[in-house]
Ligand binder design. Sequence first.
Ligand code: HEM
Length: 437
Amino acid sequence: MDLRDVPCGPGRLPVLGHGWKIWRDPVQFMVDLASVGKIARVDIGNLVVYVITDFELLHRVLVENSDAYERGLLFERIRLIFGESLIVADGQQHRDLRRMLQPAFHRTELESYAHVIKRNADALASSWQPGQIVEARSVLLDLVIANLLGSMFSHEPDTEELQLISGLIEDIGAGAIVGSVLPKRVASLPLPVNRKFLSAGTQLREYCQGLLVARRNSGDRRNDLIDILLNSSDDGSRSDKFLAEQAVTILFGGIDASTAMLTWALYELSQRPEVASKLQQEISAAGDLSPRGLDQLDYLNRFLNEVTRIHSPLLQTRRSVTTVELDGFTFPAGTDIGYSIAAIHRNPHIFADPNTFDPDRWSASRSGAKCRSFVPFSMGNQMCIGNNYSWMALQTTLHSLLSKWEFQPVTTKKLPRAMGPIPVMGRLPLEVRPVSV
Ligand code: HEM
């Protein structure tokens, strides 16, 4: 079969026809693609992307045959500001950068990071008053930024820095998504979204470069990400700009998805008093725990599995560098391929009743075969480098917040969604009440 025979149908998406569907309900759009087949064609304006919604097919692309692909569409745009850093690199360059940065994510480092994260989350929990309405997404965004800077950069940002960085991250995120789907000639015009994107990228790199230079000049050594970057260029072989690009990659890579996951976690708790109460009972019965002890909290981990299953990355991209065959179809080099973890995680053949939020589907007796297809951090050599860090940060943060507070919804209105790799509401007002267990 050749490319023209690739199935169309609900997966075919002319921008002036059904293009709005992907923006109106992006998760459902991806889930519906699975009914077209294991791979479905999606047209967005002039772009044609073949989206994989089947786990085994995806395994072939990301794990068994990964050399046949490079990063693709979404990464072209962010390469403009991330240069040749880990998140955009391919092949040997990617392997070298991954090896260089991996020690910052080592288990022993995670333990010391956990103390920073616990301190920040405890301070946030202590700052609230009973009955207070908190805008969860923005406080969690600030918390995630402070956690990443405090742990991996050994730096405590002040309020102004938090404001600056959260604004820059929003501008980069919006510009990255819009720019990826615009025709090339429009994506390079000096439109406000493009100018903000490039300027935010430069400012974030300069911010990280400032932290690197300050550390070098101070002579301090902290054994964190900054030290790893500085040590990698002891002989001055790498420019400060290059080192700062790697730091930006980690900061940017970590903020958006972590904020989305924590926001969804509090949202789910506010909607499900029975889940919140079970979780709070487990936390209160366990008392104070070391970072490793959090792995023993069975219900907390089941809850997090379910949050990360049901709220997963929507679309990642690759591009074939050679002719490839997928599910009986032949694609030439240069074909844009997409994959949707959200669609795989909501596939009813893998997860029964997939749209139901049910932490108990992860009980030891029931989880079995699901685990292989549960890939919130993707798989293969370009899977998330921050997976263990994220899990520890999610556990630690929820443990601290839930030790003190319950979260109540304050509105029944549908909350507007923000753009991002994991779709999430732009704001989430919640009332905090002292725990009653
Ligand atoms: C719950 C939170 C997170 C989720 C769901 C998540 C998800 C992902 C996914 C699916 C990918 C693969 C993208 C692809 O196939 O192209 C990825 C890559 C990446 N993530 Fe995460 N991530 C999370 C948190 C973090 C954190 C906390 C960091 C950093 C501290 C981070 C840094 C990165 C980087 C640098 C990459 C690129 C890795 C490479 O290409 O080698 N992520 N993430």
